[in-house]
Ligand binder design. Sequence first.
Ligand SMILES: NC(=O)c1ccc[n+]([C@@H]2O[C@H](COP(=O)([O-])OP(=O)(O)OC[C@H]3O[C@@H](n4cnc5c(N)ncnc54)[C@H](OP(=O)(O)O)[C@@H]3O)[C@@H](O)[C@H]2O)c1
Length: 159
Amino acid sequence: MKKIIIAAIAKNNVIGKSNGEMSWHIKEEFQHFKETTTGYPILMGRKTFQSLNKPLPNRENIIVSRNHNFKPDFLSTHIVKSIKEGIDLALTFQKEKVFIIGGGEIYRQALTIADEMILSHLNFDAEGDVLFPSFSLNDWKINSEEKRDLFTIVHYSKK
Ligand SMILES: NC(=O)c1ccc[n+]([C@@H]2O[C@H](COP(=O)([O-])OP(=O)(O)OC[C@H]3O[C@@H](n4cnc5c(N)ncnc54)[C@H](OP(=O)(O)O)[C@@H]3O)[C@@H](O)[C@H]2O)c1
C-alpha cells in the first residue's frame, strides 16, 4: 500500500490557519483532491478533522489523536492513537493507497514514511500560520507537473 501525502501549498508555504479557517477557496483544487482521494482511506490529524466538521464521504476517515476521550459523533470515522496505528488500520481496507491529508503536524511526521507526494503548488502567497514542512529535492524526485489556472500539481516520489 502506497502512503501518499496530498496537500495544497501557497507560494509562502502556508497551508492554513491554526483557528481552522481556510486560507483560500479554489473549486478546481478541491475537485482535484476529491477525484484523487475518493475510494481510498484518508488519514488526518484531529485539528484537520475538526476544521472539516464532518467526515469526507466515500472514504474511510482515519483521525489521529492522543486524546483518549476524542470520539466524534460519526459512525464512518476511525480514531487512532498514532500515525503508525492509522497506517496499520488503513492496510486492513486492502486498497493500494492511503492518502495522508494533513495538517501541518501530520505532514511533518509523515514526510519520512511517505512514498509519494501530490502537491498543488499555488501561484500566490496566502495568509495563515500553519506551514507545510520543508523538504529537499535530494530526497524527492519530480515525476510529473500539471499546470492549472491558479496552481500546478506536482507528483513526487521518494528517491
Ligand atoms: N492546504 C492543505 O492541503 C491542508 C490540508 C489539511 C489541513 N490543512 C490545514 O492545516 C491546519 C491544521 O494543521 P495542524 O498542524 O494545526 O493540525 P493537524 O496536523 O491537523 O492535527 C494535529 C493534531 O493531531 C494529533 N496528532 C498529531 N500527531 C500525532 C501523533 N503522532 N500521535 C497521535 N496524535 C497526533 C493531535 O491531536 P490531539 O490534540 O487530539 O491529541 C494534534 O493536536 C488547518 O488550518 C487546516 O485547514 C491544510
